[in-house]
Design a binder for this molecule. Structure first.
Ligand SMILES: [Zn+2]
Ligand SMILES: [Zn+2]
Length: 199
């Protein structure tokens, strides 16, 4: 496997330099159950080198395909992750100490940024993707895609009684009503003795 993000330390000059790379998803070993990655991965990094320490900052981008959580059609988007890594010489590593986030070590020859870039991109995957923000989703009764227009069963718009029942169990509107009833009851029982005293 060609490993585009394994940089030779000897090729990185002191001071600032830039690394712009484009390579296949498979070369980065990028994979997730939540998204399909589409070639290529683009990486644009600025590198600050001082002696054997590097500060790497930039972005990694890749297109992804997911399944829209509302309508189950494809949700495709370009994803860009910020990259910020400090790279120190392995020889200077404290024995037994675990590297904090964003700090990796080089062996004096190879600076391997693959892991950091892979992690940055995986963290950027939307947990609840939608094909577009105004996606209307599927009719809860007949399953028709409401983006194509109102369905034939006429349940669109949440008028389906079974859907309403489900919303009553899970929706924010339902969560309020039992909570409201209790204080109202307490208020009435408290109010009663007060009225008796007045009479
Ligand atoms: Zn959708
Ligand atoms: Zn319907």
């Amino acid at each position: 496997m060609h490993e585009p993000l394994r940089l030779q330390l000897s090729t990185l000059p002191q001071g600032s330099s830039a690394v712009d790379l484009e390579f296949a998803v498979s070369e980065l070993g990028l994979a997730s159950a939540d998204a399909e990655f589409v070639d290529p991965v683009r990486v644009a990094l600025g590198i600050q080198r001082q002696d054997d320490q590097l500060q790497v900052r930039g972005t990694a981008s890749v297109a992804i395909r997911q399944v829209c959580v509302r309508c189950l059609n494809e949700a495709a988007r370009e994803m860009t992750a910020a990259v910020s890594v400090v790279v120190r010489a392995q020889a200077r590593r404290d024995a037994g100490a675990e590297a904090p986030d964003g700090l990796i070590y080089h062996d004096g020859e190879i600076v391997d940024l693959a892991g950091e870039i892979r992690d940055a991109l995986l963290l950027e995957i939307p947990p609840a993707p939608v094909c577009r923000s105004e996606c209307r989703g599927l009719c809860p009764r007949c399953g028709a895609d409401l983006n194509a227009g109102p369905c034939e069963c006429g349940a669109a718009g949440g008028r389906d009684t079974r859907w309403a029942a489900l919303q009553a169990l899970t929706g924010p509107a339902a969560a309020k009503s039992p909570a409201r009833k209790k204080p109202a009851l307490e208020a009435r029982t408290r109010a009663k003795p007060a009225r008796k005293k007045q009479v």
